[in-house]
Design a protein around this ligand. Structure first.
Ligand SMILES: NC(=O)c1ccc[n+]([C@@H]2O[C@H](COP(=O)([O-])OP(=O)(O)OC[C@H]3O[C@@H](n4cnc5c(N)ncnc54)[C@H](O)[C@@H]3O)[C@@H](O)[C@H]2O)c1
Length: 268
């Protein structure tokens, strides 16, 4: 039997002291509160990247982190951002691909521009940011953690979201494919699969859905809350805790996993 070293303390398992983390789409919503905040609280130096410069600068300032403006849908941006981070901090340890767009549109009305915007942001961006991050992690030889934020529709569609669902379903498979390929470099790749979570993006989606269905946002929220087994809408902190699990040594033997965080919604 192999003799194992003593288990680290829980504090050490949850610590990101000395680590550098990059979170895409963290100017607002789940990425800002609380994913970036949780990584900063765990001790990481946090870099926020987003298309929204004003909100991104404010978010980074609030966390004592750094902001770099980037559109994740443009592939060359990934290397530019990660080279900047690695050049400044000398390392990249955690990369969270959280940036995402979620336009509600019936399948018969989706045009090429909308399809490309959704797939380029949610899926292509995830790949090129992961690739750029993994290149630095592999070169440094310390391993790392990549976390993708997907959506429960990646596993079970609910309607009027076919481009979004395709992007998030693709992201689940991308997570698993990269996990397999990058494991020899000790780069772990996992995904969090949230249900409905309070955020500015969710407000826009619910308002659009209410208008399209001839109902109210309040009625939609009440319906969702009644349907989910744990009986409440998600909060950004629910997702941040799952991201923290994957980002820290707490999950050092976990890769290619897809953690559903949805109040039990997929069970119904
Ligand atoms: N809120 C929910 O109910 C929910 C549920 C499941 C999954 N998600 C996913 O969680 C993530 C965060 O969602 P949210 O609700 O906080 O959204 P949000 O719209 O409130 O925030 C998204 C952020 O991403 C940024 N962003 C959008 N396109 C970008 C681009 N091309 N490049 C860089 N930044 C870009 C936005 O500026 C914004 O700051 C998304 O990937 C979303 O699909 C959200």
């Amino acid at each position: 039997m192999t003799t194992m070293p003593p288990a680290p303390s829980l504090a050490a398992l949850l610590s990101l002291h000395g680590a550098t983390a990059v979170v895409t789409g963290a100017a607002r919503g789940i990425g800002r509160a609380d994913v970036a905040a949780a990584l900063a609280e765990a001790g990481a130096r946090v870099w926020i990247t987003d298309v929204d410069e004003d909100a991104g600068v404010a978010a980074a300032h609030a966390l004592g982190g750094r902001f770099v403006r980037a559109d994740v849908a443009a592939a060359p941006e990934a290397a530019r951002v990660l080279d900047l981070v690695a050049g400044s901090d000398g390392r990249v340890d955690v990369l969270v691909h959280n940036a995402g767009v979620c336009p509600l549109r019936g399948a018969l009305d989706i045009d090429e521009a909308l399809w490309d915007r959704v797939l380029d942001t949610n899926l292509k961006g995830a790949f090129f940011f992961a690739q750029a991050g993994a290149r630095h992690m592999a070169r440094a030889g310390r391993g790392g953690s990549i976390v993708d934020v997907t959506f429960i529709d990646a596993l079970h569609p609910t309607g009027r979201l076919s481009a979004y669902d395709a992007s998030k379903g693709g992201l689940v498979m991308l997570t698993r494919a990269l996990a397999l390929e990058l494991a020899p470099q000790h780069i772990r790749v996992n995904a969090v699969c949230p249900g409905g979570v309070d955020s500015p993006g969710a407000d826009v989606a619910l308002t659009t859905m209410a208008r399209q269905l001839g109902t109210t946002v309040e009625a939609l929220r009440a319906g969702t809350t009644q349907r989910v087994p744990l009986g409440r809408f998600g909060q950004p902190d629910d997702i941040a805790r799952a991201v923290l699990f994957f980002a820290t040594p707490l999950s050092s033997w976990v890769t290619g996993d897809v953690m559903v965080v949805d109040s039990g919604r997929l069970l119904t």
